[in-house]
Design a protein around this ligand. Structure first.
Ligand code: PLP
Length: 338
């Protein structure tokens, strides 16, 4: 193991999260034994992977004396919901810059749903932008709002999409230490870990964490948008930023970043009926809720990979449940329950 020290961290998540076997599903598939790392239980309303990253990101924001968080994402961003609630918990103002994929996404006169509803409930300031504007102007939007708060005497702290940056990487480095203890307690040595990848930070943390801890398990991110090339670049950029901020002697040869982009389907935030069918099947079989944007897509991809024999000969397989439950509520109209 490479010696390293964690930077300052807030205690915001309920950790460690459980590692739970899905025995009925595993039996149905005829192996390997599937385990779920329940990061959806990392908190209640703040549930999911983002709170792990935000423990480090928000520690840095407080260290710098910030009083306002500015962050961004899609209208149903789990990260933004977690930031809004944690901002409220820490007494910080939170301003969310949200991208509407389509005008129906968040009708300006309609009732907000899912994560967006919780953003408002948490008292966040919300600015909605159409996709084209958002993609073209995101960095100037951050500058504009930062300047706005500075002019009022505030101290804004900006957090990129998904808190996936050099600091956020620590969240899943720490999760690897937790997983090692989980594996020891369960008496397993899984050959593979699978998770959804959306802005790359979870994958960056897991990859660095595995390298630092000498974990041999193969970690594969299942892309929910973009392609493998994009994620290879994004994850390596986050890791490069992490290296520039923290002095940890990591050997690049120990870093493995594997992305499977075959299950993106119709694009970010949209899923095929097969994914909704998997969501329904797993809820009824195992009492486990998945969401259509991240975990449902990744879990469905994992099942397809198992059925294709990609894990043949492996006894244990770990799926990291990164949360997203409120996104399922926003898309309940697509789930057939008849
Ligand atoms: C529920 C959920 N799972 C997975 C991810 C992907 O994590 P990351 O953004 O770190 O790639 C996200 C966010 O993008 C998410 O909200």
């Amino acid at each position: 193991m490479v010696p390293f020290r964690y930077p300052p961290r807030l205690s915001l998540a309920r950790l460690p999260t459980p590692l739970q076997p899905l025995d009925r599903l595993s039996e149905q598939l005829g192996g390997p034994r599937i385990w779920v790392k329940r990061d959806d239980l990392s908190e209640c309303a703040v549930s999911g992977n983002k709170v792990r990253k935000l423990e480090f990101t928000l520690a840095r924001a407080l260290e710098q004396g910030s009083d306002t968080l500015i962050t961004c994402g899609g209208v149903q961003s789990n990260h933004c919901r977690a930031a809004a609630l944690l901002g409220a918990r820490l007494g910080l103002k939170t301003h969310l810059l949200l991208r509407r994929e389509t005008p129906e996404d968040a009708p300006l006169n309609g009732t907000p749903d899912g994560n967006l509803f919780l953003d408002y409930l948490a008292g966040a300031e919300v600015s909605l932008y159409d996709k084209k504007d958002y993609q073209k102007n995101l960095s100037s939007l951050f500058e504009h709002w930062s300047e706005h708060y500075r002019r009022q005497g505030g101290r804004p702290y900006t957090i990129p999409t998904g808190a996936s940056d050099g600091t956020g990487v620590w969240g899943y480095i720490a999760c690897v230490a937790e997983l090692l203890e989980d594996f020891r307690q369960a008496g397993i040595a899984p050959a593979s870990i699978i998770h959804a990848t959306g802005s790359g930070g979870t994958q960056a943390g897991l990859s660095v964490g595995a390298a630092l801890h000498g974990l041999e398990t193969r970690v594969t991110g299942i892309a929910v948008c973009d392609d493998a090339g994009y994620f290879q670049r994004k994850v390596h950029d986050d890791i490069a930023l992490w290296r520039s901020l923290y002095d940890v002697p990591l050997n690049s040869h120990d870093l493995h970043v594997q992305v499977d982009d075959r299950f993106v389907g119709p694009g970010y935030g949209r899923a095929d009926q097969e994914v909704f069918a998997t969501i329904r099947e797993i809820a009824a079989l195992e009492g486990l809720l998945l969401d259509p944007v991240y975990t449902g897509k990744a879990f469905h991809g994992m099942l397809e990979k198992i059925r294709a024999g990609e894990f043949a000969g492996e006894s244990d397989l770990v799926f990291i449940h990164t949360g997203g439950i409120f996104g399922l509520m926003a898309q309940r109209g697509f789930v057939s329950i008849s």
